[in-house]
Write a protein that binds this ligand. Structure first.
Ligand code: NAD
Length: 229
């Protein structure tokens, strides 16, 4: 069976969960990377059976995750984490949540990986039109939603098996005007689509892996509801 690392699962409502389930159903072992501030509630809900109905596989058994790592994809290495974040109540209980540290832990715990799914995005000013978006909001959207994928390909490609596959999720608003998808999120998706081509070329040659992005239709995930989609 294949081994997959899925980043961006913190409940059973989003694409990351559905992809994890499809991969499990197809016989893959699934490891999660869950955003640090959402980790505690996710693990508690999982333990208490809140997601049990959504965990049911076609043979009646429940989907299990091989491991859940704390992750914050806006940080590449420990020196990038500001003191204010390190000491934040929701971060203090966790360590080694930067992209390079998570990749190192996955290597240590599992050796190698076949599939990496990037199912995460964040745009603090997504509710604002681009015309009203601040530089900080725009850069934060691109950092969390796009560079996070570049960073993951950099750190995970070396631990991927030959022919391994990276996949991320994009949205139509990167190609066409979709009013309401603001805060630089349209820019982040346009960059993600371009980066996918360049990363496929570069990582394909260097590591013999594939890099793709899927333009998903609208889904009432937590992220989408937050912007009233
Ligand atoms: P979701 O809320 O289920 O998933 C987004 C996840 O990103 C959350 O679990 C959140 O905790 C995580 N996250 C945010 N910032 C993070 C960070 N810094 N580090 C690590 N994790 C972080 O919502 P979703 O809609 O399933 O989103 C998954 C992907 O699908 C995103 O890339 C999104 O842009 C894309 N997408 C969504 C839609 C839609 O209509 N919902 C359409 C097309 C594409």
């Amino acid at each position: 069976g294949k081994r997959a690392f899925v980043a961006g699962v913190a409940d059973d409502q989003g694409f990351g969960w559905a992809i994890s389930k499809a991969l499990t159903q197809a016989g893959a072992e699934v490891i999660l990377g869950t955003w640090v501030p959402a980790l505690n509630i996710f693990e508690t809900s999982l333990r208490r059976g809140k997601f049990d109905e959504s965990r049911v596989l076609s043979d009646g058994s429940l989907m299990e995750f091989a491991k859940v790592y704390a992750m914050d994809a806006v940080y590449d290495s420990p020196e990038d984490v500001p003191e204010s974040v390190k000491t934040n109540k929701r971060y203090a209980a966790n360590s080694e949540f930067t992209v390079s540290e998570v990749a190192a832990k996955v290597k240590e715990d599992f050796g190698s990986i076949d599939i990496v799914v990037h199912s995460l995005a964040n745009g603090p000013e997504v509710a604002k039109p681009l015309l009203e978006t601040s530089r900080g909001g725009y850069l934060a959207a691109v950092s969390a939603s796009t560079y996070s994928f570049v960073s993951m390909v950099q750190r995970f490609a070396p631990i991927m098996n030959e022919g391994g596959s990276f996949i991320s999720l994009t949205y139509l608003a990167g190609e066409r005007v979709v009013p309401g998808y603001g805060g630089g999120m349209s820019s982040a998706k346009a960059a993600l689509e371009s980066d996918t081509k360049v990363l496929a070329w570069e990582a394909g040659r260097k590591h013999n892996v594939r890099v793709n992005t899927i333009s998903a239709g609208p889904l009432g995930s937590r992220a989408a509801k937050a912007i009233g989609f």
